[in-house]
Design a protein around this ligand. Structure first.
Ligand code: FE2
Length: 495
């Protein structure tokens, strides 16, 4: 699909849609300006050498609004665009592709945005929407999950998964598992690296407010379980171990007094506990055991596993998810305050025998978008890789990477060059890895905020402080975005 809209002609936003000229929103301008075109480029210029044992594709999803927004625009509202860089035979190629949800196609057919954004109000004149309250555009912009040889683009408000070709990012169609999908799918589904099963959850403003599901390696729906939570919730992630799933009931949700009036005010209730529902992988509603912990919000779990009677879950804990707004930021002040995150690496432990919860901070830096070696997902892991988020900026940017070693309690960090900002950075195992959990590379897109030049950096995961071992020069600007995945070449018959 070619450019749905003409591009503007304005410095670093030269490749952005022309309607942008009238927009005053820090999450649509400069670094965040959407790109108007899909791009295809082969045999990219490389500074350094692409390692011979790196084979596969790095895919990263993110918002890329096509048409002028219909309401106040939140960074989370943009149409999904997946940026894919594929490494094969020492060469790199790049593709950017829109995630072609049904709503994306409906907008393309009309040539305009038809749905209000997350900070708007339900529009009775808009076509049927999606998400937990059923009135938003399903943008597919949030997450990418590899399952059964395909990559699924998922949306944080829960929508229909979009199947993507893992080598190119091209949309293949919707994934309903042969029509067995009777609910929607939230971002942050989990694929078990051993069984190949997919775990996911859905949440909704109407009962059941949450559901839990398992799909087999081959794509058969094998579990649909309603989860009893006290009202509409806004969970963002879940966790998976070898034998359990952990569902989140956190005290941040739309104000239930206002919701019946169509007003969606995200509110933090600091007097309510965080609750975590541990359900056996093939369990039923009555098998859920709830554990309470200190109030917080969690965007992202790092990993979880079983250790004797304990379930261990590590993730990025936000103590104050609704911080006060700064003056002078106008109608976007609330969004700007929310998106500073202030998340810190944290560990929760739940004892299946005694019902006890323990929790502890693991670090005090603002770090998020954690990744691990996917071979140890759901199993005890030692290393995780987070982006660092400076707290002195107006918008959320990733100015470096932190590698945590929870066995020794140590960490390494890499700061990007001034003015360059990165992306979530998944772990790519080396071909013929020596078996060490960190024997591989971190891959990230990085963009200069002055001239919009983008690169892809390949970093040795054993020594991230050394900086990139290779830099691939990209032919198009990659705006900051959300989640990513590494697709091993073996999944595509490349190795
Ligand atoms: Fe997320």
């Amino acid at each position: 699909m070619n450019a749905p809209v003409p591009e503007s002609n304005n410095g670093m936003e030269r490749d952005a849609p022309s309607w942008l000229a009238n927009i005053d929103n820090a999450y649509l301008r400069g670094l965040y300006a959407p790109v108007a075109h899909e791009t295809t480029a082969n045999e990219l210029k490389v500074i350094g050498e692409i390692p011979a044992d790196l084979c596969g594709a790095y895919m990263r999803n993110g918002p890329n609004q096509v048409y002028a927004p219909k309401s106040k625009h939140h960074w989370f509202d943009g149409d999904g665009m997946v940026h894919t860089i594929a490494f094969k035979d020492g060469k790199a190629s790049y593709r950017s592709r829109f995630v072609q949800t049904a709503h994306f196609k409906a907008n393309a057919a009309r040539g305009e945005e038809q749905w209000p954004g997350y900070m708007g109000h339900p529009d009775p004149n808009a076509p049927p929407g999606a998400g937990s309250d059923g009135w938003l555009k399903d943008s597919g912009n949030t997450d990418l999950i590899l399952h059964n040889g395909e990559v699924l683009a998922l949306w944080y408000q829960a929508g229909v998964p979009i199947r993507l070709d893992p080598a190119t990012g091209d949309t293949l169609g919707e994934q309903t598992w042969g029509g067995a999908l009777t609910r929607q799918v939230s971002a942050h589904a989990k694929t078990d690296p051993v069984t190949g099963e997919l775990f996911f959850f859905d949440y909704n403003t109407k009962p059941p407010y949450m559901t839990y599901h398992v799909v087999s390696r081959e794509g058969q729906m094998i579990r649909n379980v309603p989860i009893d939570v006290p009202g509409p919730r806004l969970p963002h992630d879940m966790a998976m171990t070898e034998n359990y799933a952990i569902l989140h009931d956190l005290p941040l949700f739309w104000d239930p007094e206002l919701l019946p009036r169509g007003i969606h005010k995200v509110t933090f209730y600091p007097d309510m506990p965080s609750r975590f529902g541990v359900i056996p992988k093939y369990g039923n509603e009555g098998d859920v055991r709830w554990f309470e912990a200190e109030p917080c919000y969690i965007y992202h779990v790092t990993n979880a596993w079983e250790e004797g009677d304990w379930i261990v879950m590590e993730g990025c804990r936000v103590t104050e998810p609704c911080p006060p707004s700064k003056p002078g930021q106008g109608m976007y002040s609330r969004m700007m305050a929310f998106l500073l995150l202030k998340a810190r690496f944290h560990r929760w432990k739940f004892n299946l025998k005694t019902g006890e919860t323990r929790e502890e901070w693991l670090d005090d830096r603002n770090a998020e978008f954690p990744t691990v070696n996917m071979d140890v997902a759901g199993r005890k892991s030692r290393y995780s890789y987070h982006v660092s988020i400076p707290t002195n900026r107006e918008t959320m940017v990733f100015d470096g990477l932190i590698k945590f070693d929870t066995r020794t309690g140590s960490s390494q960090s890499l700061k990007f060059k001034d003015g360059w900002y990165g992306s979530e950075s998944p772990f790519a195992p080396r071909l013929n890895s020596n078996g060490d959990e960190d024997d591989g590379y971190l891959i990230t897109f990085i963009t200069n905020e002055v001239d919009g030049q983008s690169e892809c950096h390949i970093i040795d995961a054993k020594d991230i402080q050394a900086g990139p071992v290779a830099r691939v020069i990209l032919p198009a600007r990659v705006p900051p975005g959300f989640h990513s995945t590494w697709v091993p070449g073996t999944e595509m018959g490349w190795a």
